[in-house]
Design a protein around this ligand. Sequence first.
Ligand SMILES: [Mn+2]
Length: 247
Amino acid sequence: MAVTSNGGAEKPFKIFVGYDPREDLAYEVCKHSILKRTSIPVEIIPLKQSDLRKEGLYWRERGKLESTEFSFSRFLTPHLAEFDGWAMFVDCDFLYLADIKELRDMADDKYAVMCVHHDYTPKETTKMDGAVQTVYPRKNWSSMVLYNCGHPKNKVLTPEVVNTQTGAFLHRFQWLNDDEIGSVPFVWNFLVGHNAFDKDDPSTFPKAIHYTLGGPWFEAWKDCEFGDLWVKESQDYLEEAKKVKTN
Ligand SMILES: [Mn+2]
């Protein structure tokens, strides 16, 4: 079910969030953190592999290197947004600390996509519940992407292509030239364990925390950096959910 923050006339900004049944709470908290802080209408849509399979939009076999159920389905974002306007994809293991309007306002029509250009070589060999970590160029770039869905280059991303192309082609944005991939500040995809907050420079404080190795919803990552902020947000979410139930 899509959730719209208000029923105003402005077309809501579509945000597709990768959904994995093992990380339901992470999804709910990510959604909550966006809706709580947004000053523009947004529509949050979970990307559920089982639904996409039923709708005939997703049929590829699960590969051994896929650590989540949305490893490939994320590239359906322009198709799901009917190749119109700007839309966003984000993993569920994000916590937003800022107004999503700030990010959307960076959208520049000269680009086909925009994301944080991480220079990233992970030291870890396993992530989350033991899934194998792979190293490749542009790693993590696809975890949060603003898609210019109406850009002619993105027409390539048909369900057929998303279901048959390689991980390298999709995750490295190989359907695009380098100058069609815009950059946004790293604080919008702040990788826990990789990016650093400099106390003397407030501009380095995350606007969106990405618990890429696993977040506090997994026992093993309970005490990770910025874990306390996620726990606080999850309590806030659970209280709100309780209120909705009793009303
Ligand atoms: Mn992630």
